[in-house]
Ligand binder design. Structure first.
Ligand code: HEM
Length: 287
């Protein structure tokens, strides 16, 4: 357990680093932000239930305005994580503390936002903002799941090899393939040349995500290479090359899965802020 420095309530850089090295952002400081988010959600629910008002409070009541204001402020603060991530100066809070607060306070918006709507859903800009908020939260949950599960598969797939070592292993196989292919006929040699010349990183985002490379020249060479004695060594090397490529592509897939959700989370956040602005302006315009 980290101690506080000089009784100021501030943690030293060393303590901050230790915490951020070993503790998951979910468990940061004994789940501090989970408890704060639960307290906030609990208070919002209690307030909603205690207010003796019929019909139940919604966005247009004083309680609705209170929840709405808390919700907007929270969303704007959550959006600032993008700015914080890109700041070099660490500031008073570690990035881990920010992310932990982001995740749990972000989840509490499900309660705050839903109570703010007063369960009145319709085809309008208010519901659009609500739905966008839920979509941002859903992609965030996906992000947390991949951040906590995929790094294990990433290191399992690596088999103690670094990215550079994987590429070196491929280059070594390629050198052997090149000399083994010398005695081959024109057609077979062309298959090997095509495999060797294809960019290791060929394929777009979809290929990476789905790990499907239908135009893989190494696989094509394996399928079309005759099984004769002269081709035996070439076939064995092509097989090895295919396996090495599979490992590299497996790594690319996991990395893509780790990153892809941010390409949804961030644009949806921008759409949410735009819809929120429209929602707030329309509410005050018709007031
Ligand atoms: C309406 C609510 C939310 C908004 C507006 C929001 C917005 C953002 C923004 C702008 C970023 C920065 C992305 C970047 O620049 O790379 C971000 C990152 C992130 N968000 Fe959210 N978010 C919300 C809710 C959530 C929720 C509920 C979760 C999880 C349950 C979550 C999980 C994350 C994670 C894990 C990151 C990435 C942190 C990192 O890569 O270091 N978000 N979010």
């Amino acid at each position: 357990m980290a101690t506080k420095a000089g009784g100021t309530g501030r943690f030293t850089q060393d303590e901050k680093r230790r915490d951020s090295d070993h503790v998951s952002f979910l468990k940061h400081r004994g789940f501090r932000w989970l408890w704060i988010a639960l307290a906030l959600s609990g208070a919002a629910i209690a307030g909603y239930l205690m207010i003796d008002q019929q019909p139940r409070p919604n966005g247009g009541t004083w309680y609705g305005y209170t929840l709405g204001t808390i919700g907007v402020l929270l969303i704007l603060w959550l959006s600032l994580l993008g700015v914080r991530k890109r700041r070099i100066n660490p500031g008073a809070w570690s990035l881990k503390a920010w992310t932990s607060a982001h995740v749990y306070l972000g989840l509490s918006l499900i309660v705050i936002g839903t109570l703010h709507t007063g369960f009145q859903i319709g085809w309008n800009v208010h519901t659009l903002a609500y739905v966008l908020m839920l979509l941002v939260i859903a992609t965030g949950i996906y992000g947390v799941v991949v951040y906590t599960t995929l790094p294990a598969s990433l290191s399992a797939n690596r088999k103690e090899m670094t990215r550079a070592q994987m590429l070196e292993a491929l280059t070594a196989i390629d050198r052997q393939l090149e000399s083994a292919a010398q005695p081959l006929g024109r057609e077979e040699a062309d298959l090997v040349i095509a495999a060797l010349e294809q960019d290791v990183f060929y394929g777009g985002a979809l290929a990476r995500l789905t790990n499907s490379y239908p135009g893989c020249a190494t696989r094509k060479a394996l399928h079309h290479m005759p099984q004769g004695a002269a081709e035996e060594r070439v076939n064995a090397l092509l097989e090895k090359r295919h396996e090495q490529l599979a490992q590299i592509r497996g790594q690319l897939r996991i990395r893509a899965l780790l990153e892809v959700w941010l390409f949804v989370h961030i644009p949806l956040t921008i759409a949410l802020i735009a819809a929120l602005a429209a929602h707030v302006i329309s509410v005050f315009y018709y007031w």
